[in-house]
Design a protein around this ligand. Sequence first.
Ligand SMILES: Nc1ncnc2c1ncn2[C@@H]1O[C@H](COP(=O)(O)OP(=O)(O)OP(=O)(O)O)[C@@H](O)[C@H]1O
Ligand SMILES: [Mg+2]
Length: 498
Amino acid sequence: MEKQILELAKRILAETEVHHVLDKAMDQLIQLSGAERGMVILFGQAGGVLFETARNLKKEDIDNPEFQVSRTIIDKVKNRGEAICLANAFDDPSLQTSISTKRLEILSVICLPLRHDSDTFGVIYLDNRLVRGMFTPQLFELVGSFAEFISLSAYHALEKTQQEQHIASLEAELRSRYQFDAIISHSPKMTEILKIVSQVANTEATVLIQGESGTGKELIARSIHYNSSRRNNSLMPINCGALPENLLESELFGHVKGAFTGANTDKAGWFEAANEGTIFLDEVSEMTPALQVKFLRVLQTGEYSPVGSREIRQVDVRVLTATNQNLQELVNAGKFRKDLYYRLNVIDIELPPLRDRKCDIPILAKHFINIFCEKYKKDELHLSRDAEACLLIYDFPGNIRELENAMQRAVALAADNIITPQHLPASISQGRPINAKAKELSTSKRRAAEQAEREFVADCLGATNGRIRKAAKMAGIDASNFHKIMKKHKIDSTAFKI
Ligand SMILES: Nc1ncnc2c1ncn2[C@@H]1O[C@H](COP(=O)(O)OP(=O)(O)OP(=O)(O)O)[C@@H](O)[C@H]1O
Ligand SMILES: [Mg+2]
């Protein structure tokens, strides 16, 4: 007997796909027990059926009122996690109540839980309508032992399936998040940049992305990777400023056992992990001169050696880098290698600060409001004109990230369906006069507001080649008001026509 179970266990443990585990388990259970009909069911988190396999039981049989007794048994086993073996279910008075159309006399049943720790995540059901006491205590025990192996195999297969589904949904989310149309912009400067980004994405070109903090450098780097033919391989983002030199070197290139105190085993580096994918070196200006030499070698030849080894390894990685420093100035000051700079700078993308693309502020604000409304399960929220004016006046030293944080805060604080200046951080809302004492301040702020308004209208006209209706639409202002504002600032739309 034991030998027989071991043989069955071996076969069932070799299966890794849920459907295969259930099918094989079902066939073997029927064979082992002599049952007439059978079912294996796996339940989802909410208790619903996730997977099921049946033999000689069709949907009509399960929906038939006669199956009610069996359903009650299955529910009992599912809820209590204890196995049941009955010589005839119809002899058990506790199961009889619900039967109205009883035509059957006999129902021998075995029903067992599939368990992981103390959780019942599935049930095995076997029956026979012809022989009373079909399942002997010995057989019950045997099926019980086999059920333990089925539990193990089914649980791992279920976990694997769930992990695969999770990974697939994350990948789909990543892909959609880094599609070019997830990069919000109207401004002519950004439109030009995005055109270049889409042209270089699917090449092998090294790209240097420069721009102030929070201007979207990492977003651009990720979009390049996810729109390249390397998208199904890894993207390894590494912040060169976050680690001291020797640690960064061993993280980048890996190390061999004994290379330094604490290096107890060989360890692969990020370059190896990014093989056939992309490596994104953020804050590349922080690399020390010694590391710059090694990095240049990988860029030129694809070769590197792990720390503590002379062995030469080959990698195939695309390199993207970013910095919020002016790299050219660092080269001039002798702090960054000129030859490395030219290697990195094959394609140079300079992201403008938000204050130089004010026409992007309203659409970005709306974009972030929508994201956070969804996240916080709030109904649609609008930005009041006052709040929008505050955003347009403000110069956003923290750029888009600062705007994103401000919108997150505003969505969390807004009670009605409107965001007003009081929901904005003080640094932004104080852009508008709050009380009479601030008169002096208010004059200069008003001037700043006027200037912001002028720049905003001009930006919108620039983005639409001087088409007033389109520009008004982009600004979210009706055309006649837009015209009035243009007149006030003496802006001539023909100056924007190409
Ligand atoms: N054009 C855009 N459209 C939508 N979201 C954007 C855009 N640009 C930036 N963001 C968002 O703004 C935030 C900051 O962007 P990101 O992290 O790419 O900036 P960064 O330049 O790498 O900043 P830092 O220099 O501080 O590392 C991110 O949440 C990013 O998704
Ligand atoms: Mg960044």
